[in-house]
Design a protein around this ligand. Structure first.
Ligand code: SF4
Length: 173
């Protein structure tokens, strides 16, 4: 446990991860229902081969933070923000020490106040922008459950779950 966060991690080989969890043609349907679809360079549709992207790497380290919930919605939101910064920071540091490694972000890119994609302009920070696992067609729900023993819970308008989860990863060549 780190403060209010519990950290879980597991490493898996890429061939096994792809065969069990990577299905871009299925998960793009969920992306299409999201307002960020086609609006951020970190989100689909992509102009590259997503399966080919995964296959460039040999291993994936999956890292998740389990954030214990608070009945106070505003406190929960702040805890999630703090956890996301911490997880991204952890993975950024690891990435700088791993030649050829690539971080998978916990969620979509928020580096700029507004993304350049709707203006038809290239990404302003392609060296810093990172993709999330879900945007690359990975089954986050089942990979967290089977590799980390972590069941996701969902927020509804009248219920705050017992915990929330943020997930990222590190791809190793
Ligand atoms: S770095 Fe900026 S331009 Fe690039 S994906 Fe992120 S928000 Fe968009």
């Amino acid at each position: 446990m780190i403060g209010d966060f519990e950290r879980l991690a597991a490493e898996t080989d890429m061939e096994s991860f792809i065969s069990k969890y990577v299905r871009p043609e299925e998960f793009i349907l969920q992306c299409k229902a999201c307002p960020n679809y086609g609006k951020l360079w970190s989100c689909p549709p992509y102009d590259f081969d997503v399966m080919g992207f995964w296959k460039r790497y040999k291993k994936l380290k999956l890292v998740a933070y389990k954030i214990i919930s608070d009945d106070n919605g505003e406190k929960m939101r702040l805890s999630m923000e703090a956890a996301r910064k911490r997880l991204d920071g952890e993975l950024e540091r690891e990435e700088t020490q791993l030649p050829g490694g690539l971080r998978l972000a916990a969620g979509c890119c928020g580096l700029c106040p507004s993304c350049s994609r709707p203006e038809g302009k290239p990404c302003r920070h392609p060296d810093m922008m990172r993709y999330s696992m879900e945007s690359l067609g990975a089954d986050v729900v089942n990979s967290l459950k089977e590799l980390l023993g972590l069941e996701l819970q969902w927020m509804s308008k009248d219920r705050i779950p017992e915990y929330m989860v943020l997930a990222g990863g590190m791809l190793t060549p």
